[in-house]
Design a protein around this ligand. Structure first.
Ligand code: FNR
Length: 347
C-alpha cells in the first residue's frame, strides 16, 4: 500500500510532493548580528526533500530574543543571510517557510541590553533561562496599548523581509507560551483594555497579527502555530478554550495555508480542552488544513493521516537525526534514533 505520508498535498498557494513537514527547531547557531550562516543553509538544504521546511523560530525585532544566538529577520544582513538559505533549499528542490517569533516574557535583561522583557501583563515566569548557566526568569513589563499596535506592524515588516529573503511563506509562532500565546491564555493576560478581558479581546492580538501578515503577503502563504493547551512556559485555565474557539472561528474565515499544532507530545490530553489532545481540539474547531506535530513516528503519523485526524504531519527531532528522512520513509528503513547530543552540531 502506498504510504499516505508520501502523497502530494496542496498547502495554501503551494503544491507539496509529500505530507511530511520539517518542524521548526531552534538551533542557537546564528552568527554575528544574529545572521544565519552558510552551515545553516547546508543544514536546511540537506532536508529539502521534506514536503515543507519550517525554519527555526526567528525573531522579528531585538526585544523578541530569549535564547542565545537565535537568528533575526529585521536587518539587511539577516535578510541577505536568509537569501543564501532559501537559495540553497530551492536549488535542492525544496520549499521553506520562515517562522516569525517574539518570545514576550520568556526572556531576560541579559538578552535585552538590561531592559525588562515585554509581555501582555506583568506576570512572572519562574525557572532557569534555557541554554544559559544560571540566569533566572523574572517579571516582565506590561506593554502599553500603543506598543501592542506597534508589534502588530513589526510582524508585517518581518513578513515583507521574509518575502525579500526568498521564502515561500511564513509561519506565525503563536504557540509554546511565547508572546502571541501569552495574549491567548488567562494566566498571562490580565489586561482590561481592548487586548484582554474577553475571548474577543484576548484573541485580538493574534487576529491583528494574522491580518497584518496576510496584508503583507497572500493568506495562502501564511500559517499559524497554536498551543490551545498550556504546557510549556504557561499554565492552562478552564477559560482558555473559549478564547481558542473564538480565534479558530476567525481563522476559518481567513483562508490561511494552515494551522499547526505546537506541542512536544501529541498524546497529551488537556482537562481545560474537555479531555482532548491539542490536535483533536484544533481539528474540532478549525475546518482548514491542519498540520499535527509532537512525537509522531512515520508509522503513527501515517495511521492518523489515514484516519483523517489531520492533513499533514510535522516531524522534528527525527529530522535532526535523519536528514534523509523522506528516503527512509520511502524504503521503510530504520531511523537513526535522536539524541540531544546531536544539537551541538548543524549536520
Ligand atoms: C523545538 N520546537 C520548536 N517549536 C517551534 O515552534 N519553534 C522552535 O523554534 C522550536 N524549537 C525547538 C528546538 C528543539 C531542539 C526541539 C527538540 C523542539 C518544538 C518542535 O517544533 C516540535 O513541536 C517538537 O520537537 C515535537 O516534535 P518531534 O520532535 O517529537 O517530532
Amino acid at each position: 500500500m502506498p504510504n499516505s505520508l508520501l502523497s502530494p498535498a496542496r498547502l495554501g498557494s503551494l503544491e507539496l510532493p509529500n505530507r511530511v513537514v520539517m518542524a521548526p527547531m531552534t538551533r542557537s547557531m546564528a552568527g554575528e548580528g544574529l545572521v544565519p550562516t552558510e552551515a545553516t543553509a547546508l543544514y536546511y538544504a540537506r532536508r529539502a526533500a521534506a514536503g515543507l521546511i519550517l525554519t527555526e523560530a526567528t525573531i522579528i525585532r531585538p526585544d523578541g530574543q530569549g535564547y542565545p544566538d537565535t537568528p533575526g529577520i529585521y536587518t539587511p544582513e539577516q535578510v541577505r543571510g536568509w537569501q543564501a538559505v532559501t537559495k540553497a533549499v530551492h536549488d535542492a528542490g525544496g520549499r521553506i517557510f520562515l517562522q516569525l517569533w517574539h518570545v514576550g516574557r520568556v526572556s531576560h535583561p541579559h538578552f535585552l541590553n538590561g531592559d525588562l522583557p515585554v509581555a501582555p501583563s506583568a506576570v512572572a515566569l519562574s525557572g532557569r533561562v534555557s541554554r544559559t548557566d544560571d540566569l533566572q526568569y523574572g517579571t516582565p513589563r506590561a506593554l502599553t496599548s500603543d506598543e501592542v499596535s506597534r508589534l502588530v506592524e513589526d510582524f508585517a515588516t518581518a513578513t515583507r523581509n521574509a518575502r525579500e529573503a526568498g521564502f515561500d511563506g511564513v509561519e506565525i509562532h503563536g504557540a509554546n507560551g511565547y508572546l502571541i500565546d501569552q495574549f491567548l491564555h488567562q494566566q498571562t493576560n490580565l489586561r482590561d483594555d481592548e487586548w484582554g478581558g474577553s475571548p474577543e479581546n484576548m484573541a485580538r492580538f493574534a487576529v491583528s497579527v494574522v491580518d497584518a501578515v496576510t496584508a503583507a503577503w497572500e493568506p495562502g502563504r501564511v500559517g499559524i502555530r497554536l498551543s490551545p493547551g498550556g504546557y510549556f512556559n504557561i499554565e492552562g485555565d478552564p477559560k482558555d478554550a473559549a478564547v481558542f474557539e473564538y480565534l479558530l472561528a476567525r481563522l476559518d474565515e481567513r483562508d490561511l495555508a494552515y494551522v499547526h499544532t505546537g506541542i512536544f507530545d501529541d498524546s497529551m490530553t488537556f482537562e481545560e480542552l474537555g479531555g482532548a489532545t491539542a490536535t483533536e481540539f484544533l481539528r474540532s474547531h478549525y475546518k482548514g488544513t491542519l498540520i499535527a506535530c509532537g512525537s509522531y513516528t512515520p508509522e503513527t503519523a501515517a495511521a492518523a493521516l489515514a484516519n483523517e485526524k489531520f492533513d499533514l504531519v510535522a516531524i522534528g527531532r527525527p529530522f535532526i537525526a535523519n536528514p534523509d528522512l523522506i528516503d527512509h520513509i520511502r524504503s521503510s528503513a530504520d531511523l537513526v534514533p535522536y539524541d540531544a547530543a546531536m544539537l551541538t552540531t548543524l549536520e
